[in-house]
Design a protein around this ligand. Structure first.
Ligand code: IPM
Ligand code: MG
Length: 378
């Protein structure tokens, strides 16, 4: 993960998506405007509407835009299972074999945004904190693993034949008829594992963090998680000053809840990282506080971890802090540390003061009122 050198001006792709993605990005813009980032914000089409009408939730023109920008802010997108998505296509596009895939997952893979960085901090005064002084940073591998997209349902005969011949455990499934079983491949590479684990250790070194915990299930998922753990042991040798720790993914969900203060930086393959980052976010306030950076060497896309919450769309009710903290992360990545700190400090002050709060925090302020209050404190 490389953090950039400051520039005189920036081009930022602005991707609200749909549902509440639109209003939380509007809120983040109020705060970004207040720190006077010299940036051109360029709107990009993305979301459910483009799936329905064009058969592509991430149109080529948006991919082209992403190739030209320094960073992107992304709101949220409604996503539905493949069959439900197909049913919603306009009639001309139905039956053409179009398959819905999550645009954020595609962006991560297309632009090799291999780091998913998810800091989870309990800001003092947040009534939703599970415990005080939680300060966890999750590094989630962002392009491989069960998210590789190599899936079969029904499983083709050729694959069944090969697996029958090379895998004893598979023979138990091979007698099932077509459509009775499905296969999703978990693919983890040495290179991909090395990149994310090194990013985690590098971050720990840079930010004076004491410990990196490798999350895996290598006792059962021996091939892929075994590889991840082996790579981690190698990488750790380059960071002797940082404590190397490892834990099974199931056990760590309990331990994290029991004593979050025992953890510092966590690094995990994609799906485990998805799960534990939600757990960690919940400990510091839940949906309204989980922010995320999808970071590659050339491009980074920042987003709230939450989804598009269609039932709240347009009500300006939801908490924009996750997205405002994502904007703060973007500034950090751009090398604009001072501006990033201004946003974080103002956000922390508003949380602490507790006068302006959205419903999740027990208040009745609107999404934009939170943003305006934060902007006022900058
Ligand atoms: C996340 C989300 C996404 C994921 C979904 C929306 C595809 O849960 O960013 O954590 O699974 O990665
Ligand atoms: Mg998730």
């Amino acid at each position: 993960m490389s953090e950039n050198q400051k520039k005189d001006s920036y081009k930022i792709a602005w991707l609200p998506g749909d549902g509440i993605g639109i209003e939380v990005l509007e809120a983040a813009k109020i705060v970004l405007d207040k720190v006077n980032l010299n940036a051109e914000y360029i709107h990009g089409d993305i979301g459910w509407e483009f799936w329905r009408t064009e058969g592509d939730a991430l149109p080529q023109r948006t991919i082209d835009l992403l190739k030209t920008v320094d960073a992107a802010m992304f709101g949220a997108i409604t996503s539905k299972p493949v069959k439900a998505a197909e049913e919603e296509l306009v009639p001309e596009l139905k039956g053409k074999g179009l398959v819905y895939r999550s645009p954020i997952v595609r962006m991560r893979q297309m632009f090799d945004l291999y780091t998913c960085l998810r800091p989870c901090k309990s800001y003092p005064g947040n009534p939703l904190n599970y415990k005080e002084n939680i300060d966890l940073v999750v590094f989630r591998e962002n392009t491989e693993d069960l998210y590789a997209g190599v899936e079969f349902n029904p499983v083709p005969d050729e694959l069944v034949e090969v697996l029958k011949n090379i895998s004893k455990p598979f023979s138990a499934f091979s007698t099932l008829s077509k459509g009775e079983f499905a296969i999703s491949c978990k693919i983890n590479t040495k290179k991909g594992s090395d990149k994310i684990i090194r990013a985690a250790f590098q971050y720990a070194r840079k930010h004076n963090r004491k410990k990196v915990t490798i999350v895996h299930k290598a006792n059962v998922v021996r091939a892929t998680d075994g590889l991840f753990l082996d790579v981690a042991k190698e990488v750790a040798k380059d960071y002797p000053e940082i404590i190397f720790d490892e834990a099974n993914v199931d056990a760590i969900t309990m331990w994290l809840l029991k004593n979050p203060h025992n953890y510092d930086v966590l690094v995990a393959p994609n799906l485990y990282g998805d799960i534990i980052s939600d757990l960690c976010a919940q400990m510091v306030g839940g949906l309204g506080f989980g922010c995320s950076g999808n970071i590659g060497n050339e491009l980074a896309v920042f987003e709230p971890t939450h989804g598009s919450a269609p039932k709240y769309a347009g009500m300006y009710k939801v908490n924009p802090i996750a997205t405002i903290l994502a904007a703060k992360m973007m500034l950090d990545w751009l090398g604009e540390t001072e501006k990033a700190n201004l946003i974080e400090n103002a956000t922390a002050a508003v949380i602490k003061e507790g006068k302006v709060r959205t419903y999740d925090m027990g208040g009745n302020s609107t999404t934009l009122e939170i943003a305006e209050e934060i902007a006022k404190k900058i």
